[in-house]
Design a binder for this molecule. Structure first.
Ligand SMILES: Cc1cc2nc3c(=O)[nH]c(=O)nc-3n(C[C@H](O)[C@H](O)[C@H](O)COP(=O)(O)O)c2cc1C
Length: 199
């Protein structure tokens, strides 16, 4: 059966560098036979987590149900059926974009954390999925990896989704041009990520 991949795109800019990198990885994954769906967070109705912890009260492996009425349930139904993820967000103010963080906070439903318990416990103990991470910064990638929390946040997001990180792409020096274009090298790297995801 074809592998199923879900890409989460957390950039605000249509056609920006993050989206271009996601598109390159997605196209390559499709060529390799995967069924891929792309979720652009900007186009979705996603509420803020209200910390009601309703989704955390019941034990078990299945994610808890969130009482908020928005697109999140549908998105997570699709992600639960996926074999792997492309998680992508540019760095704004030294970390992933606010819209990506808003999505990330809602993943708390993958934890068991009833009232009275100090810290959350992930429902699944094993990482049965794979993830590749894509981020971008104005500063050079070398510095961005150390000075910003973008990649770290995407890694924790992958952990929360029970996914093992099998590759990452950090695109630096993005903000020089109004319409930046992925270099051939970056495009190749993005395409390579798809191969790792489907191994
Ligand atoms: C509000 C805002 C905050 C930003 N903060 C940072 C930052 O802290 N560090 C950095 O290197 N680049 C920063 N940038 C530059 C973005 O990372 C860069 O424009 C982004 O990677 C472009 O991605 P996109 O083409 O997908 O929009 C910021 C950009 C904006 C608009």
């Amino acid at each position: 059966m074809n592998k199923k991949i879900v890409a989460i795109m957390g950039s605000y800019r249509k056609g920006g560098i993050t989206e271009q990198a996601v598109e390159a990885a997605v196209e390559s994954a499709r060529k390799l036979g995967a069924e891929v769906s792309v979720i652009k967070l900007l186009e979705k109705h996603i509420e803020f987590c209200t910390n009601c912890r309703a989704c955390n009260q019941k034990s078990g492996e299945a994610r808890g149900i969130c009482p908020l009425k928005d697109d999140m349930n549908e998105i997570l139904d699709e992600m639960d059926l996926a074999d792997g993820f492309i998680l992508a967000a540019p760095v704004n103010c030294f970390n992933i974009t606010a819209i990506t963080r808003r999505f990330f906070e809602r993943l708390i439903c993958y934890a068991y954390w009833p009232w009275g318990m100090k810290t959350p416990k992930m429902r699944l103990k094993t990482k049965n999925k794979k993830a590749v991470l894509i981020t971008s910064t104005a500063m050079p990638a070398f510095f961005g990896r150390f000075l910003t929390g973008g990649m770290k946040a995407l890694k924790v997001m992958a952990d929360t989704l029970s996914a093992q990180v099998v590759g990452s792409l950090f695109i630096g020096l993005v903000s020089m041009e109004e319409k930046p274009k992925l270099t051939e090298k970056e495009k190749k790297k993005a395409e390579k990520l798809a191969g790792r995801l489907l191994k």
